[in-house]
Design a protein around this ligand. Structure first.
Ligand SMILES: NC(=O)c1ccc[n+]([C@@H]2O[C@H](COP(=O)([O-])OP(=O)(O)OC[C@H]3O[C@@H](n4cnc5c(N)ncnc54)[C@H](O)[C@@H]3O)[C@@H](O)[C@H]2O)c1
Length: 387
């Protein structure tokens, strides 16, 4: 079979990651890269051994691509993706967020459907074993009815002030923690809680420190199954690490705590405290199912703190739990590998994705944009937005 002729648009931090990953896949041939910054395009082209362009239009005119990757900054996804669609590129892999305006999202969605292109969006968190474990735990009903959750995804202040060198201020001004960070969180919540969808949004923002972009967004999302989740993302934290990411979900039977990227004095890890009466055999079965999905969690009967036990007089002091200590990451760019499998197998659900639903596509992109747009609008107007 001939290799998938691939072109990459936007050779910054992520575009180079995609290029290097895809160049190593035997089924792929990266034939061209395009970036407005000629040195970025040339450097990547030299490393990979392909042609460099400063215009993606020229690249698309000269190459009949099987796959295009779009990794331009947040507000600049629509134009190159629409150009790829107009050039009838059959497979497109675009970075998140899907779009930063509803107008862009609608134009993208309409063109993808019209051209019947296969479109993927790089919601990379979905491949992390502990996110898959979170989805499994929620979908298997191990927490009972989940009623509340909270998520904090914060970047070091260096991200909106330094990350893209001299281009940083403009970059951050064109985006915000809503588009850059909450797009990931909104997508993860949909992944964990499918088929539930957000129906109501209330959000605030603060804009006093950075000035050129909001310092933070803090939003309450109400889902159509009654679940309420608070999602917060900051860009003004003076912290040691680049990112802090914490999630917690409480249900009628248990609580899941996920320190995805630990903060000060807090080690990364994942723990689901389950119903006290869950039989040990069932706990072990779930552990084995999770291992099949790549999440090697420990099954344990956890001694409750004696004080907590005393407060729950009459209940067992032993609590069944599933636990993982440390960072449970997948290979960086793992989703690219799954997208290639999906193209080769002509499906949105390749065998390598183990029945975890369709890979993230334009439907997920559209829904993510609707929710993030509502967060931004709510914070601007101080209104509750119904979707
Ligand atoms: N999936 C993830 O986990 C993840 C993580 C980080 C960033 N991202 C996303 O990846 C995207 C790229 O982020 P980045 O940090 O690599 O940005 P970047 O600024 O480092 O790279 C973007 C590149 O696009 C180029 N570019 C801009 N307009 C162009 C045009 N019209 N034609 C050709 N090239 C153009 C820029 O010159 C730059 O080199 C963003 O949307 C970001 O949110 C995704």
């Amino acid at each position: 079979m001939s290799k998938l002729k691939t072109g990459i648009i936007g050779l910054g931090i992520l575009g180079n990651e995609h290029a290097d990953y895809l160049a190593k896949r035997p089924e792929v041939e990266v034939v061209a890269v395009a970036d407005l910054r000629s040195e970025a395009a040339e450097q990547a082209a030299k490393r990979i051994g392909c042609q460099a362009y400063t215009s993606y239009e020229a690249m698309l005119a000269e190459h009949k691509l099987d796959l295009a990757v779009v990794a331009t900054p947040d507000p600049l996804h629509a134009a190159p993706t629409l150009a790829c669609l107009a050039a009838r590129v059959p497979n497109i892999l675009q970075e998140k967020p899907f779009a930063t305006t509803m107008a862009d999202a609608e134009a993208l969605y309409e063109a993808i459907q019209r051209q019947r292109a296969r479109f993927f969006i790089n919601f990379a968190n979905r491949t992390s074993p502990l996110d898959i474990a979170t989805r499994y735990t929620i979908q298997s009903g191990l927490l009972g009815q989940v009623v509340y959750g909270e998520s904090r995804l914060d970047d070091n202040i260096s991200v909106p002030t330094k990350m893209w060198g001299a281009r940083t201020r403009e970059w951050a001004a064109g985006s915000s923690t809503a588009y850059f960070l909450l797009s990931h969180v909104v997508d993860l919540l949909r992944f964990y809680f499918t088929p539930a969808e957000v129906r109501e949004v209330y959000a605030i923002k603060q804009q006093q420190v950075l000035g050129y972009t909001p310092d933070l967004y803090d939003a309450y999302l109400t889902f159509d199954n009654g679940l309420k989740v608070r999602v917060k993302a900051e860009w003004i934290k003076h912290i040691d690490d680049l990112v802090e990411f914490y999630m917690c979900f409480s249900g009628s039977d248990g609580t899941l705590i996920y320190n995805k990227r630990g903060a000060f004095n807090c080690t990364p890890g994942w723990r689901a405290n389950l119903h006290k009466d869950l039989p040990a055999a069932e706990l072990l079965t779930h552990q084995q199912e999770l291992a099949k999905l790549g999440a090697n969690v420990t099954a344990r009967m956890q001694w409750m703190d004696p004080a907590a036990g005393a407060l729950k007089a009459g209940t067992s002091m032993l609590l069944p739990a599933l636990e993982f200590d440390g960072l449970g990451y997948s290979e960086w760019m793992a989703l690219d590998g799954l997208f290639i499998d999906a193209i080769l197998q002509d499906t949105l659900m390749p065998s390598t994705w183990q029945g975890l639903g369709p890979l993230p596509n334009q439907e997920d992109g559209m829904r993510q944009t609707v929710v993030v747009d509502a967060i931004v609008t709510s914070a601007e107007t101080n209104r509750v937005i119904s979707l």
